[in-house]
Design a protein around this ligand. Sequence first.
Ligand SMILES: *Cc1c(COP(=O)(O)O)cnc(C)c1O
Length: 354
Amino acid sequence: MRIPFLDLSIMHESIIDELDRSISQVISKSEYILGEEVDRFESSFAKYLDVKHCITCGNGTDALELSLQILKVRSGDEVIVPALGWISSALAIQKTGAKPVFVDVEKDSGNIDPDEVEKKLTKRTKGIVGIHLFGTPFDVRSIRRICDDNDLFLLEDCAQAHGAEVDGTKVGSFGDVSVFSFYPTKNLGCLGDGGAVVTNNDELAQKIKSLRNYGKLEDGFVSFGRNSRLDEIQAAILNVKLQYIDQWNEQRKKIAAIYRTGLENRFSFLAAENAVYYRFHILSKRRRQIADGLRKAGVEVKTSNILVAAEPVFSVKEKFPQASFLDEHLIALPLFIGIDDKALNLCLQHLNKH
Ligand SMILES: *Cc1c(COP(=O)(O)O)cnc(C)c1O
């Protein structure tokens, strides 16, 4: 038996009739870009998150770039970002001409460490991009307080945490602006690329709306925009899938719970309070040996590098002890909607041999 790291087809097959119908409807309506489906998704997703505006765009990386543009990040500015995560946040900062200032993460959660942030504040600091890594909300309250005390913006990168909550409030509503990706593997994903910016600020929302569509508003072209839009077919798919997100996040939590209990005390895990488990990781000093063993047994696992600060493109010499430790010891286990108990048990069996 081979257990893939990810198989999205099971989830999609379970709602195939609804997906087929929604796609056919778009085809017959003959409206393929910025139509009813996009409008409907934007208002439904805003309602789901309890934010005022959702503006979709081409992908999560564009959502970050557009956000930093309306937050007026420029050359000479510094923007704080966790050393561990996904490259898009730091890339988007770099694209504005500003400097990404990497900070170390909390050992327990892998998320941005507020104490480390305090140490990196300078006169040039313009804002903070926090990432809710692997589905676990970062310490938004502390980071928000630092932003308020120092007149900085907070941008939440929620690309791995659709539906995660902090004290009953969904992530995405703590930032001045927040971004989502709907890349297929994400907790809410379409069947291609997609992204969104959400905000409670009317003015910023208007600007994003214009920027994603060549800089156009009703009156004409009012800014130097670009083309970054979610298409109607992807929006139609998201409209179907949004109805299942809570149910699917619950399933992810159950799978994580099965792993946690099944692994007894043999492995340590990342602390994952309120997590919606985009990924489930174990930590091991014998990562290579364990990963090789699992792969030989047909269980696909990931040990990918996520220490963004160490990527050649940023040429950062500084060391980030906690981020490096996690980068070297994390093993991501198979987790997807529809993975069955047999597969989970097989995976556990192999892990418990070590
Ligand atoms: C996936 C992801 C992105 C980028 O989204 P794309 O839609 O692939 O451009 C940004 N940030 C994080 C944390 C992500 O996981």
